[in-house]
Design a protein around this ligand. Structure first.
Ligand code: ASP
Length: 318
């Protein structure tokens, strides 16, 4: 998301998409809806939007297929549901929610997850539904350099296999995993995350997004967290849970805990990315260690705000 590589029109398209997603979720909360319903709705809308790396517009694996991961967590009960490596479920976050609400399990993967989604009556699509030309082009570029690419910051987060830490490959890549966190009027927190993973990832690779505690976590006693970035490092550091643990055990405020993880713990492992978080008092934290992160927030009764780069100056309120 290098600033110089995003045109004014692209900028406007991202802000418009973020605003279009924030408003219905805000309305739902204003009408007394639950945090769980708000994050599910926001993530479904993000999955439907081709600009982001989830659902329609998901990145390609090395085999030119799609493998989608998603998770949802209810901070009131610590119930959670997730799916990984699905490629026919139109909105994977719905499948994650169904796992949480209608199964005895937390995480279902691959064919079993798809059979369950079908049984639950969820909308199924041909894998082509997820494909876009822009993502195919990203894969072509990644294949040309044998890199697994994080669809994350425009500065192009590139993992070379086998040599980690290679220089950025392409300035045009965009951050894409989607997530939402919310606090509702009842004081309940929830988090949801959905992703196509990383361009050129190996078939069968599962990232942090569907792993409870790594890319997604919510606990009414502390915070709701949804992460985006180099999934392997978020898994290794149990990033989302680490923030809640710092709050619970060390009494850290959300912002300090989230910044510690994003600015110190993850970079120490070579991890790049960011997260969105809200605590039980309604404090927000949206730290990232990349040049930008598409993000937005909305409080009931206030205009939604969307932002892309690190400086708040371009924060956009419609
Ligand atoms: N965290 C995601 C994954 O590793 C990728 C991303 O956030 O863009 O699957």
């Amino acid at each position: 998301m290098s600033r110089s590589h995003i045109s004014a029109e692209q900028n406007a398209a991202y802000h418009a998409a973020l605003q279009a997603i924030l408003r219905p979720a805000q309305l739902l909360l204003a009408g007394g809806g639950s945090a769980l319903d708000a994050v599910s709705l926001a993530v479904e809308l993000l999955e439907d939007c081709p600009l982001f790396n989830a659902g329609h517009g998901a990145v390609f694996t090395h085999d030119e297929t799609h493998e989608l991961d998603a998770a949802v967590m209810d901070g009131a009960t610590l119930r959670a549901g997730a799916v990984a490596c699905v490629n026919h479920v139109r909105r994977p976050v719905r499948a994650a929610r169904a796992v949480m609400e209608h199964s005895a399990h937390v995480l279902l993967v691959g064919a079993g997850a798809e059979a369950f989604a079908r049984e639950q009556g969820l909308e199924m699509v041909s894998p082509d539904y997820f494909s876009t030309e822009a993502r195919r082009e990203q894969l072509r570029r990644a294949l040309a350099t044998d890199a697994a690419v994080l669809d994350h910051d425009g500065a192009a987060l590139v993992f070379r296999t086998p040599a980690p830490g290679a220089a950025p490959l392409d300035e045009g890549r965009k951050l894409g995993t989607v997530g939402a966190v919310a606090l509702d009027a009842q004081g309940n927190l929830a988090a949801a995350t959905s992703t196509g993973g990383m361009t050129n990832k190996r078939a069968g690779r599962v990232g942090d997004s569907p792993l409870i505690g790594a890319g997604t976590y919510a606990d009414n006693r502390t915070a709701a967290i949804s992460c985006t970035g180099t999934g392997e490092m978020f898994i290794r550091s149990a990033a989302a849970y680490d923030i809640c643990a710092r709050m619970a055990y060390a009494g850290m405020p959300l912002e300090a805990a989230a910044r510690e993880v994003v600015m110190k713990v993850l970079p120490a492992l070579g991890g790049r990315g960011g997260l969105i978080a809200v605590d039980a008092q309604g404090h927000l934290s949206l730290p990232f260690n990349t040049e930008g992160m598409y993000r937005g927030w909305a409080r009931v009764g206030e205009a939604p705000v969307s932002a892309i780069y690190a400086d708040a100056v371009e924060g956009f309120a419609a």
